[in-house]
Design a protein around this ligand. Sequence first.
Ligand SMILES: Cc1ncc(COP(=O)(O)O)c(C=O)c1O
Length: 435
Amino acid sequence: MKDLVPAPPPIVRNEAAAVQALFQQHVIPSYGRFDVVLSHGAGSYVYDVTGKRYLDLGGGIAVSSLGHAHPAITEALIEQSRKLIHISNFYYHEPQGRLAQALVQLLGPGKCFFCNSGVEANEGLFKLARKFGHDEGRFEVLTSFNSFHGRTLAGIAATGQEKVKKGFEPLVPGFRQVPYNDLGAMRAALSAATAAILVEGIQGEGGVTAAAPEYLLGLRRLCDEHKLLLMFDGVQDGHFRTGRFQSFQRLLEGEPGADKFLPDAVAMAKSLGGGFPVGAFWVRAPYADLLGAGSHGTTYGGSPLACAVALKVLEVVQRERLADNARRMGEFLLSGLQNLVDRYPTVLRNARGVGLMLGLELAPDIPGLPGESNKTQAVRFANLLHAAGVLAIPAGAQILRFLPPLNLRPAEAEEGLSAVEAAARCLAQQSSEHR
Ligand SMILES: Cc1ncc(COP(=O)(O)O)c(C=O)c1O
């Protein structure tokens, strides 16, 4: 891999309290934020306003696929912004056409639509499902418990977590959840109104749980038998994070029949733009013209600037074989985390995941875990890692996620493991003193 970590700019001010005060006064408090005020980044590291360096193993929740301040992204932004940042989707332009072609080559015969975020990509899939089933009066999309599909009204109706729905009822009709990885439950849930199934290959927000290969193959058969669309939400686990372009390709590796497996639609975002907001969905050939002229749109979707950046991210990922790196670094991190689980069972319960999408489940009720009792264990453990200079993302109350850049280096992976180990060792000592 090329050396791509430029020297960070010097730190001149310590204005954390002032920045936090601006948020408290002027920003809607819909996020529970950590006590960290970031200033800039370089490669796999970010720096706060006091100059403290953090290894970013959260990757902005699986977004910063090339790390921070990658010169190729900066160059693409500058070069394209000198030519054309935005035009209406009433007109053609080359970057959108070339990005669609690249995604089709990676997935299979079909077509793409471009938007700006993950939930917007999923909204497109919901509309595709409605259009698909419309003439037969079918409209329902089945999803999974513990799934996460975004924060719009349809997104929360599709999501299988009560906490995102609470207070926003009545929910958009036409979504039902069933247990994940349970083909019998999915079969039993089908109704005359069902038009599609939407599934994450690896549930991310739900705690890093992978679908079993036979489940995915079974879903394809079920959809074929009942004339349903099989749709994947590849927003978090996609774009080479697992070592293949989409997680289903990785999860099905070596399975008989896997080479013929193709979903009917895939939603993408996050790593696609490496930090620049780009969303997309791909639709398999037979259904690719269902959303005809006038049926769907968004002002900014697939702008020349967004597509130029996404094309550049793809070029770097492919040229530098970052899918292989994600696989290698993922295996290294996972075995390191599993080793820590074995050594510190009173603190760490389980490590799981595929490629650079990893989850570390904490033991219940860790004695001596610092932090306020109204904060989840995952948040309190993340705070310990922050103190040690590592960023990780909570998933639910008990799990920490690691979703680092795809160009993570071995020394950085080791640094992350050392920080987790130091925190676990310290807590394990306290819990043995507690007994
Ligand atoms: C699987 C999945 N789908 C959809 C979304 C929503 O994406 P966005 O926040 O870009 O709308 C997320 C975000 O975390 C996600 O993980």
